[in-house]
Design a protein around this ligand. Structure first.
Ligand code: ADP
Length: 519
């Protein structure tokens, strides 16, 4: 059994709790060997991996087992951290924020409870992955699409609760959430929205129900464990045309972002489109050593060669049109006219890029087909890993350029390439910076920590905040949202104390500690 117990939990108390849990789930669904615990650690860890190591893992099946496990945890003061499929890589994977927390693995709960073809929604349990729902829809002849993040192996619920984004017109995934079921620390089960009214038709068509809309407080928080969620799906459109526009210069991110704004706000471009940096394109498909033999960032001459070899730009805008042909024709004209104002802009359709791996997987993503191609970036160096530094930017050229230059300078100064992209919603962009580092290189891992610490601080000085963060940076990020004497965090802590007075649910998630302190 692991020696890493949560603070204040005695070995005897822990052993007693595990015995009680085994009796609920069956001994085969409680894992406490060193090997098992290691399997649930953060595989992209850059700090001491034991900092986020679980004490054991329990995998209940069904609402009754889940509530009983929560009851045992509460009675024995054992902190628990729920995961749905545990694939939150780059932000901590399956690992809890604080070592010694018990992992509550929900992936056995993987039923697709409902698909409503007419009203276009599905209801899923925590363990349902993007691949699973996609395959189910295709196998049953459904005409509904899903929205998927770039690695499709993760779960719909976990990703939605983290407010992850995808690339179809339904890319802001949480925007399409409708109805959830939550288990609170005292064992209460709550159905939100219209489902609170017994037998309400259209539970998953109107998300607000009556009274305060509370679903949002269960995202990126530790106020409850979600056991069911409704997700609205996009009906297959009559036509689909992915396209790519490449831009030759680094500074082009400024005019490009400004041009995107009206096209997005008026839905001329309907999907969560993405402007990708050269290095993201290159890392997916090129061998780094052909362009730069040293470990530091690839110099300009190498970057130009990568551009030529791939036939891409310093920035590469992937978007798609959806709909009847005449509508797509008309929108395409507007888009061409608009981006043609940037010198050197080049336009490509699916026809033009038939054998292009990157265009291929982007084409899949923009129509909601899960795949794993983007994981190819991990081959950028031996034992590659990455993490996400993800500030939000309004769709505004000056801000985009400023964020890019800031991130690039800090990444380069710490010896890493800038690898990033701007995913556009309607008025805001998720600027995802994904530095790639070698897991086996201690020096690099150390530099990653100082680099991200600096990125968060320097971004905050300019008023930029992250939409999500790795376990190791949750406290720091929460601290950047400190306006009004930490009014927001104090409110979260009041909710936390009210809902979970013994502080057993996911201590430290998003910087929320029930006692207000990290240790
Ligand atoms: P995915 O595999 O989809 O990337 P995870 O299962 O790793 O997502 O979940 C990501 C994070 O979301 C977890 O670390 C946890 O903080 C939170 N989370 C996941 N599932 C639940 C749940 N059912 N209830 C509450 N929080 C959850």
């Amino acid at each position: 059994m692991s020696a890493l117990l949560a603070q204040g939990v005695s070995p005897a108390q822990f052993a007693q709790a595990l015995d009680a849990m085994r009796a609920v789930v069956g001994p085969q669904w409680l894992f406490a060997s060193e090997e098992d615990i290691a399997a649930y650690s953060d595989h992209f860890a850059f700090e001491d991996v034991t900092a986020n190591m679980a004490s054991a893992i329990v995998a209940p099946l069904g609402l009754d087992q889940i509530t009983r496990i929560i009851g045992i945890a509460r009675d024995h003061r054992i902190p628990v951290w729920a995961i749905s499929t545990g694939r939150n890589l780059a932000y901590g994977g399956s690992a809890p924020r604080k070592h010694g927390t018990l992992t509550l693995d929900l992936k056995r709960n993987n039923r697709i409870l409902e698909v409503n073809e007419e009203l276009a929604y599905a209801v899923v349990e925590p363990g349902v992955s993007f691949f699973q729902l996609y395959r189910h829809l295709r196998e049953t002849g459904s005409k509904l699409w899903i929205d998927t993040p770039s690695p499709g192996w993760g779960g719909i619920m976990g990703n939605m609760l983290e407010r992850g984004v995808g690339y179809t017109p339904y890319g802001d995934r949480f925007m399409w959430q409708c109805g959830m079921q939550v288990v609170l620390a005292d064992g209460t089960v709550v159905d939100t929205g219209m489902a609170a009214q017994e037998g309400a038709p259209g539970n998953h068509t109107y998300r607000y129900g009556g009274g305060p809309w509370i679903d949002g407080i269960f995202t990126q928080s530790n106020f409850g464990i979600v056991t069911k969620v409704g997700i609205q799906l996009m009906p297959e459109p009559p036509g689909y045309r992915p396209f790519l526009v490449t831009f030759a210069e680094d500074d082009d991110i400024e005019p490009v972002s400004d041009l995107i704004r009206p096209l997005k706000m008026t839905h001329i471009i309907p999907n969560a489109a993405v402007t990708c940096s050269l290095n993201l394109e290159a890392a997916t498909s090129l061998d780094r050593t052909k362009y730069h033999s040293d470990s530091g960032p690839v110099p300009e001459a190498g970057r130009r060669r990568m551009m030529e070899d791939l036939g891409v730009g310093k920035w590469n805008f992937y978007a798609a049109l959806y709909g009847p042909e005449p509508v797509m024709d008309a929108h395409w004209e507007v888009i061409r006219d608009s981006f043609s104002s940037v010198k050197g802009a080049r336009f490509f359709t699916e026809e033009d890029r038939k054998n292009d791996v990157v265009f291929g997987y982007r084409t899949q993503l923009m129509r909601g087909e899960p795949n794993m191609t983007e994981f190819g970036i991990l081959n950028w160096m031996p034992n590659g890993a990455h993490l996400g530094f993800s500030p939000v930017a309004p769709v505004d050229g000056k801000t985009a350029l400023d964020q890019y230059r800031l991130a690039e300078a800090i990444c380069n100064r710490h010896g890493f390439d800038y690898t990033g992209m701007f995913i556009v919603g309607f008025r805001a962009m998720h600027h995802i910076v994904e530095p790639i580092f070698s897991r086996s290189d201690e020096d690099q891992r150390g530099r990653v920590v100082s680099m991200v610490t600096e990125l968060i601080d320097e971004a905050a000085k300019r008023g930029y905040g992250e939409y999500r963060g790795h376990l190791s940076f949750m406290d720091q990020i929460a601290g950047t949202y400190g306006w009004g004497d930490d009014a927001l965090m104090k409110l979260s802590q009041r909710i936390k104390r009210a809902l979970d007075p013994s502080g057993i649910m996911a201590p430290g998630k998003s910087g929320i500690w029930s006692d207000g302190a990290s240790s």
